[in-house]
Design a protein around this ligand. Structure first.
Ligand code: SF4
Length: 374
């Protein structure tokens, strides 16, 4: 008997605590692979942006009364705000209902005056750092156009530990030019020696309007099969070393999932403030335009449609090792069974989840499944 599917029904609960995201779209130098919205910095621009953030935080504070239990400063390079961080966090604490034991994350590039940044991060109440390591090989960092070295990463983590941070995430990239399993293992061994509580691992994608896109032909990029091999090797290697593969690109020690990012995948609510920041509140998605000067002048966010329906639940939920459950049409379940036969999915009693092999081709699987909902 076909199971009932209510396409229009929101599947999320409104009763979870919300997350707060602050976008800081500034970078010292554009990395060659990056298509994120970001601008170069001057002290003046950082000051005006800080003032604009505080103004918007106060405005939102007057009308947003959900308890908040995660705060995430991302970018860009939010650590560039440095001595401006305490003032922004004060405004947040005064304007919102921030719950005790909130997870408060700062993204940090391991270059610049790390001691100074860590001092202000501690003073502001951050209790989690997400550090952009990207590779454990200096030549790869150079090719990527990063401003730091491997030693900078090692020293940043040491300094962070010394400053009392006991929840550190490291970012790493796979599928880099000239990379193979042996170079990846070298990076992973360096990463593991730093004992991060959390690891985010991204496959390099050549995006339009990046330097890498222009010089693509001259980059010795591994082919799709080699990238798949790297992903599967990394997943197994990190699992063998005590990390739980809890999301397609994320691994953690027990209890150290990113509570903030999990809100995105579980369709919980979050408020994003800053140029190019996105929000999801009351089943509505909205965003501030990618316009730094406009945000400083007081641009309002723009509506981006309704969210929280079953297609989003499937798209985001299948990213998690937890998987999805619910009433799905017969054709959907039949497709899942074929994926399971091919080693791409696991169907337990009430849960459907992707295997590591399935995670590699998640986009193709999800789009096939979504066709069954049309
Ligand atoms: S990768 Fe990060 S640091 Fe590099 S340009 Fe993009 S946002 Fe900036």
């Amino acid at each position: 008997m076909p199971l009932v599917f209510q396409a229009a029904a929101p599947v999320k609960s409104l009763h979870n605590n919300a997350g707060l995201y602050i976008n800081v779209p500034f970078c010292v130098k554009k990395c060659k692979y990056c298509d994120f919205y970001s601008s170069f910095i001057t002290d003046e621009l950082l000051d005006s942006y800080k003032d604009a953030l505080i103004r918007s935080i106060k405005q939102w504070g007057g009308k947003f009364d959900r308890p908040i239990d995660t705060i995430y400063f991302g970018g860009g390079t939010p650590s560039l705000l440095s001595h401006r961080l305490p003032e922004i966090m004060n405004a947040i604490n005064e304007s919102f209902n921030i719950l005790p034991d909130s997870e408060i994350t700062l993204e940090l590039n391991p270059s610049g005056d790390i001691k100074d940044i860590l001092k202000y991060a501690k003073k502001s109440g951050f209790n989690r750092l997400s550090i952009g390591m990207q590779s454990g090989i200096d030549n790869e960092l150079k090719v990527l156009g990063r401003t730091h070295t491997v030693l900078d990463t090692v020293n940043s983590v040491k300094l962070a530990r010394k400053s009392g941070f006991n929840n550190i995430s490291l970012d790493i990239m796979i599928g880099l030019p000239d990379s193979d399993i042996s170079s990846l293992k070298k990076s992973l061994d360096l990463l593991l020696s730093l004992k991060p509580e959390h690891i985010s691992a991204y496959i390099l994608k050549i995006e339009e309007k990046t330097v890498f896109h222009k010089i693509k032909e001259s980059l010795n990029l591994p082919d799709d099969d080699s990238v798949s091999e790297q992903y599967l090797f990394m997943s197994e290697y990190l699992e063998q070393n005590g990390y739980e593969h809890y999301e397609i690109s994320n691994f953690c020690k027990t209890g150290f999932q990113s509570r903030h990012n999990t809100k995105y995948w579980k369709l919980y609510e979050y408020l994003g403030i800053g140029a190019a920041a996105h929000s999801f509140i009351d089943n509505k998605r909205f965003f501030y335009p990618k316009d730094l000067k406009g945000f400083i002048k007081g641009n309002e966010p723009e509506f981006d449609g309704e969210g929280g329906k079953q297609d989003e639940y499937i798209m985001l939920g299948l990213r998690l090792s937890d998987g999805i459950s619910g009433d799905f049409p017969q054709s959907f379940m039949e497709k899942c069974k074929i994926f399971e036969k091919n080693g791409l999915m696991k169907i337990d009693k009430d849960k459907i989840r992707l295997t590591n092999n399935g995670m590699l081709v998640s986009n193709a699987i999800i789009s096939e499944l979504l066709e069954c909902l049309e």
